[in-house]
Design a protein around this ligand. Structure first.
Ligand code: NAD
Length: 471
């Protein structure tokens, strides 16, 4: 029986391994993590992450051929294939701070693999890492190998949170990069054999190591760039009377461009887009390509601009101040169908409103009060001004309440801002909400999900991104 171990039981390691276990009953899969609470949660009925369809997959395989454990060394030692899916955040200090990927977790995982291994292994980069990381990992493994043969593969993950299970069941592609040596090619084949249990052969792409590593950064940069492109257009739409939905539709009809990822919004978030672009920027700079670095930086600059533009529009519409006004914030996760708030635009929007002394009442169906309080008190690293860190004061945090329904959040509010596109926000009883709000009642739709015309008929003053403005 082939044995797989995955180091890192997070948003990627957990769902990807659960799907491998489901689709490959003949393979034993162990997902290991140094975090005891996380592993306990994976072994309970309350999984540590919310992802549609995940519960069912885990229930079917857990205890059969899927195991979650904190005994990292034992499972690594027994495995034939070791996936490494640890976090690779942006470095916050030292060389490359604010841009480069922090590979501390990766390096310690690699050293541990070298230490505990007693048999040959394929080590798979599942985390998103800078191009050429495999070379560094090879050095660590080879110099500590005690004669063991390690083959390194790059197999980046393209799932999107909120649709992870769907994406894993039917991936657009599975990408495997490896060395062009006989050993490297044999390792590629072994990993292909795993995916071949359910992924059609023409969707499994093989490349050299560096192409696979770089493709993941490139894919995230391209996706984020589309969002920043349409968001940049949304500002121009507001200035000219064009409607960004109509423009996106017309542009997306071009088969060379296509319709996906062209929705204007308050901005992108999530743990990956910004971090991976910053990483790309750093790699370009290190390779003497400042113009290319500058190009990708703009994607993040537009994203930051879009968030501050949204806050400015909100404050200026509400007679240039939100001091002591109650603002209902609907949605805090960075997108619908996830409880993940890493880099969510809601953090910057809420901080902006708190800066103007608003009182916030926040509701998100999957985000806890603890998460929100932590996110709003955490420092944000400003990569253009690395010394300029602004923690929130405890008094500011007192201006925030976290509630358990949209109706409670909006009661007596002066304004509403919608920051996550949860389906339930489309079907709220807006007449009831309007009746219970201060007047004039404002709605700022950061996801363009509500029917602005209907809301105007009720009496709301509505701001949608990239649309003609209310008189
Ligand atoms: P995560 O923070 O949810 O999970 C990482 C886990 O690794 C944590 O539980 C941590 O405790 C564990 N860990 C760290 N060091 C360890 C060690 N030495 N031994 C055992 N466990 C260790 O991160 P994630 O969102 O799952 O992302 C993992 C990687 O996948 C990142 O590189 C990310 O960029 C990439 N990625 C993420 C997504 C996404 O949507 N979240 C999608 C594609 C790729």
């Amino acid at each position: 029986m082939v044995k797989i171990c995955c180091i890192g039981a997070g948003y990627v390691g957990g769902p990807t391994m659960a799907v491998i276990a489901l689709k490959c009953p003949s393979i034993e899969v162990a997902v290991v993590d140094i975090s005891v609470p996380r592993i306990n949660a994976w072994n309970s009925d309350q999984l540590p992450i919310y992802e549609p369809g995940l519960d069912e997959v885990v229930k079917q395989c857990r205890g059969r051929n899927l195991f979650f454990s904190t005994d990292v060394e034992k499972h690594v030692c027994e495995a034939d294939i070791v996936f490494v899916s640890v976090n690779t955040p942006t470095k916050t200090r030292g060389l490359g701070a604010g841009k480069a990927a922090d590979l501390t977790y990766w390096e310690s995982a690699a050293r541990m693999i070298a230490d505990v291994s007693k048999s040959d292994k394929i080590v798979v980069e599942k985390s998103t890492v800078p191009v050429k990381t495999a070379e560094a990992i090879e050095k660590i493994l080879m110099h500590n190998s005690k004669g063991i043969n390690f083959q390194i593969l790059s197999n980046p993950e393209f799932l999107a949170e909120g649709t992870a299970i769907e994406d894993l069941f039917k991936p657009d592609r599975v990408l495997i990069g490896g060395r062009e040596t006989p050993g490297g090619q044999k390792a590629i084949q072994a990993l292909k054999d795993v995916y071949a249990h359910w992924v059609p052969e023409d969707r499994i792409l093989t490349t050299n190591l560096w192409s696979a590593e770089l493709s993941k950064l490139a894919a995230n940069a391209f996706l984020a760039q589309r969002i920043s492109s349409v968001n940049a257009m949304s500002a121009l739409c507001e200035a000219t009377g064009a409607d960004v939905t109509q423009v996106s539709y017309a542009v997306g009809k071009d088969s060379r461009i296509g319709p996906k990822f062209l929705n204007a919004s308050v901005g992108f978030g999530g743990s990956c887009f910004q971090k991976d672009i910053l990483n790309l920027v750093y790699i370009c700079e290190c390779n003497g390509l400042p113009e290319v670095a500058e190009y990708w930086k703009q994607v993040i600059k537009i994203n930051d601009y879009q968030k501050s533009r949204f806050v400015n529009r909100l404050v200026s519409s509400m007679f240039n101040t939100v001091a002591n006004k109650k603002i209902a914030v609907l949605g805090f996760a960075f997108k619908k169908d996830t409880g993940d708030t890493r880099e969510t635009p809601a953090i910057d929007v809420c901080k902006g409103l708190l800066g103007d002394k608003a009182r916030l009442s926040i509701y998100d169906p999957q985000v806890t009060e603890d998460q929100i309080q932590r996110d709003l008190t955490m420092n944000k690293f400003d990569w253009d001004h690395p010394l300029h860190l602004q923690p929130m004061s405890p008094t500011t945090v007192k201006q925030v309440s976290v509630v358990w329904s949209a109706y409670e959040a909006t009661k007596d509010a002066h304004g509403i801002c919608i920051l996550t596109e949860w389906d339930e926000f489309k079907t709220l009883d807006y007449q009831k909400i309007y009746d219970n709000m201060q007047k004039p009642a404002f709605i700022f739709d950061g996801r363009n999900i509500v029917d602005a015309e209907k809301l105007r008929e009720i009496g709301f003053i509505v701001y949608s991104i990239g649309k003609p403005l209310d008189a």
